[in-house]
Design a protein around this ligand. Sequence first.
Ligand SMILES: O=C(O)[C@@H](CO)OP(=O)(O)O
Length: 211
Amino acid sequence: MSGTLVLVRHGQSEWNLKNLFTGWKDPDLTELGVEEAKTGAEALKGTGLKFDIAFTSNLIRAQRTLDLIMQGIGQTGLEVIRDEALNERDYGDLAGLNKDDAREKWGEEQVHIWRRSYDVPPPGGESLKDTGARVWPYYMTEILPRVLRGETVLVAAHGNSLRSLVMILDGMSREEIVKLNLATGVPMVYKLNADSTVASKEVLGDMSKAH
Ligand SMILES: O=C(O)[C@@H](CO)OP(=O)(O)O
C-alpha cells in the first residue's frame, strides 16, 4: 500500500443553483455550497487524515471549497497548487444557458448526451474524453507520484474533471461513466497500491443526492 488520495467536488455554486451550464465560467459558492464544504470537512476530520499537499483548479468555487475544508480540518497552512488542468469541462456554447431551456431547445436526450457521454462534446466545448486528456496527464505527472511516495493528497475540483479521474481509478467503461454523477462536497478517499491501482475507496457522505 502507498498513499492516500482524496477527491472532492466543490460545494453548490451560484450557477448550480440557477441551473446554468457553468464550465469555465467562475461563479462563487452559494450559502448551501459553503455548508456542503464544511460538512465534507467534518467528515474528513473524522478520518484523522493529515494532508501533505492540496491541488485545485483555477476556478473560485473549487478554491473556496478547498479553503473551507482546510479550515475545517485545521490545516490552513497546507501547500496548495492551483492548475487549470483541473478545471471543469469547458461547456463551450452552452456555458451560461439554462439546462431546462437547453432541454426544450435540443431535447432531453441530446442534452443528456452532452452532459454525461464519454466522447460527444457540447458545441464548441470539451467531451469528457477531451477533459480527461488534460486531467489524466496532470494526475500522472503531478499528483500520482506524490501518492506513490506515501503522501496524503487532497484534490478539490469539479463534477466532470473528477468524473474523468474516477473513471480511470474505478475502471469504469464508457457505458458506466454515463451514469456517474458526483455530489457536491462529498469526499472520496482512495488508498492506492504501489502499482497505482486502487486498494480501497470510501465515500464520506451521500452520493445519491447528485444529479
Ligand atoms: O455546469 C457545469 O459546469 C456542470 C457541473 O455543474 O454541469 P453538468 O452537471 O451538466 O456536468
